[in-house]
Design a protein around this ligand. Sequence first.
Ligand code: ATP
Ligand code: MG
Length: 331
Amino acid sequence: MITVVVYSESGGTFKTTTTANLAVSFERMGLDVCVIDLDPQEGNLTSLFDVGEHRSDPDADNLVKHILEMPDGEFDDLIETSDEGVDVIPSHDMLGDFTSNLEQKIAYETGMKNMSKAEFPRYELLYDLLWNEQQLNEEYDAILIDPNARAEDLLYNSIYAMRTLVAPVKPAGKGNLSLEGLDELVGNMETRLDIEVGLSCVVPSGVGQTNAHQQYSEQFKNTDEFATPVAIPDRESLMDTMWEARGSAYKVIEERWKTLEQDGEMVSEPGQRRIRDRELETARDIYELAAFVATETFGVEIEPKLTLDIADHGARSFEIGAGDEPEVTVR
Ligand SMILES: Nc1ncnc2c1ncn2[C@@H]1O[C@H](COP(=O)(O)OP(=O)(O)OP(=O)(O)O)[C@@H](O)[C@H]1O
Ligand SMILES: [Mg+2]
C-alpha cells in the first residue's frame, strides 16, 4: 500500500498541486485512492477538488472530532468523492484549533489516569484512527496527506501515520531546502517521533529556464542521497487553471480549460485551451512521478499507460518506461 505525506519545509512549494496530481495519477493507474486534507487555510486541496461543503460549519462532524475520539457520526460519512474519482476527507475550520483542542484532551485524560502529559501519545492519534480503528488499508491502495505545513501536531500526526515523504522543492526564493536541510528535516522527524521516516523522492518544481533554476534542478538530480525521478517545469498557466477546472492537470488538458478575458472580466471555460506539447509532456512527467512512487518506493503494480482523452482532439497515450520521448499515438 502507498502512504505518503507531500511535504517540504517552506510554504508555497506546490504541495497541494503535487498531492492532487499524484492522487489522480494513482487513480488512473487503477488504484483506490484517498486524500486527507489537513490544511484549514483557503486554497487547500478541499477547494481544489470542490468538496467540503460543511468545512465552516462548527456543528458538522469532521476529521478533528474523529482524531480526538469525539465523533459526531460515522467516519465513512466524512468521505467525499471528487469528480475524478478520488476519495477526499475534506478540511474543516476546526483543524486550525487542533492543538488547543488536543491540549484539553490531554489535560483531561492525563488527569483522570494520573499520568504525566509527556506520556500521552499525542502524535499517534491519526495513526490509531486510520489503521487500528478504521483499517483504511483494507479499503484503499493509496492514501495521501496534504498537511498543514507548520511543524506542529497535525504535521507530526501525518508523518507518524504515513511514514514516507514526497518532497516538492522550489528553486529560488527564501526558505529553500538545501540538500543537507532535507536530510536534517527527516532526521529531526525520526528523533521526535521515534520511527523511521522514508523520503521517497524530491521533486524540483516550478523550474524555469534561467541558469540559476536549471543549476538548482541539476544539483538535485546529481545527488545520490535521494531520488529525483522528474523535475516539473514552471507551468503556471496549466497548474493555476487546475483551480478553475476543480481537478488535476489531466482534467485541465482533457477538458481544455482556459482562463480568458471576457468583457473586462476573467472567466474560465472548458473547450478553449490549445493543445501544447510541453503541457502534454508535463502530464507525462507527473504520471512518471506517480509511477516511481508506486513501483520504486512501495512495490505496487500499476497500469503503465496514461491515456488522455482530449475534448475534440482524440486520445493521446504515453507509456511509462517506453524511452525518453513520449510515445504519442492518436486514436
Ligand atoms: N509547476 C508549477 N509551475 C508554476 N506554478 C505552479 C506549479 N505548480 C503549482 N503552481 C502554482 O503555485 C501556486 C501554489 O501552489 P500550491 O497551492 O500547490 O502550493 P502549496 O505548497 O500547497 O502552498 P501552501 O504552503 O500555501 O499550502 C498555485 O497557484 C499553483 O497553481
Ligand atoms: Mg497547500
